[in-house]
Design a protein around this ligand. Structure first.
Ligand code: PXP
Length: 254
């Protein structure tokens, strides 16, 4: 693949970082509408336990995180704040108002239970080029694109000027047999190499847990921010949030 590597400064990171996705603390809160558990309190516990930052996904249907949470998180999160969202006009407006460190753009479907895969860059390219990227120009917000490890998608993301790619690890995480898992790990490894060579940052997330994270880390190089939500928040019901975050950090050796 031909990539203009001169226009980017290669970023070399010593350590990967854990960003905790707190959406499902809000899911639990919304189940009863009593105002607890508070995702903002959860975010503080995660950061105190050593997480480098917090991720939230403000969905069009506001099924978990709501607008008020976003503004409260902006005030209270000390580390990296990653605003995961679709590229709708409404989300871009809120994101620019909130001014997080990172904005991760994902495809969003009304019927889906969770994000089901990466962006199809061929489909979104011209819209992102003409409408979305110009909106963020000069804001200082880093743009991350959530992609499957397809070389064509990575190349188009680079052409657009994305700072970061978050590799979709869901196919690896959900693999039902060893062969499928190894094939997907190999695709992720090659994808991470391409992203790194192009001078973009390699993030990863979706479906990661205490069992599959060590396998991912062993096979995939250049990982920086690892975004983990559902499995971590679920485990915290039994272990507590602080201990659970620390167990993930042990695996990541940070
Ligand atoms: N990264 C992205 C782009 C996502 O959409 C999600 C799910 O919201 C995650 C990471 C976290 O996935 P999980 O909740 O399965 O850990």
């Amino acid at each position: 693949m031909q990539m203009d590597i001169v226009s980017f400064t290669k970023r070399i990171y010593e350590n990967m970082r854990l960003l905790v996705n707190i959406d499902h603390i809000a899911t639990l809160r919304n189940a009863r509408g009593e105002g607890y558990p508070d995702p903002i309190e959860g975010a503080a516990v995660c950061e105190e336990a050593g997480a480098a930052g917090i991720v939230f996904h403000l969905r069009g249907d506001r099924r978990h995180i709501i607008d008020e949470d976003v503004y409260r998180l902006k005030k209270s999160v000390k580390g990296t704040l990653d605003f995961e969202m679709s590229a709708s006009e409404e989300m871009i407006r809120i994101c620019k108002e909130v001014n997080p460190h990172l904005c991760t753009l994902v495809p969003e479907g009304r019927e889906e239970l969770t994000t089901e895969g990466g962006l199809n860059m061929k489909t979104v390219y011209s819209d992102f080029e003409q409408r979305v990227f110009p909106e963020f120009k000069g804001t200082g917000i880093e743009i991350s694109l959530f992609l499957d490890p397809n070389p064509e998608d990575i190349e188009l993301a680079h052409k657009l000027g994305a700072d970061t790619i978050e590799l979709h690890t869901g196919t690896f995480a959900n693999a039902v047999d060893k062969e499928t898992q190894l094939n997907e790990l190999e695709r992720l490894r090659k994808g991470a190499e391409l992203i790194h060579e192009a001078g973009m940052t390699v993030n990863a997330g979706h479906g990661l847990n205490l069992d599959n994270l060590p396998i991912l880390i062993e096979h995939v190089p250049h990982l920086y921010d690892i975004s983990i939500g559902h499995a971590l928040i679920s485990k915290s019901i039994f272990w507590g949030l602080e201990k659970t975050v620390k167990e993930y950090l042990k695996i990541m050796d940070v």
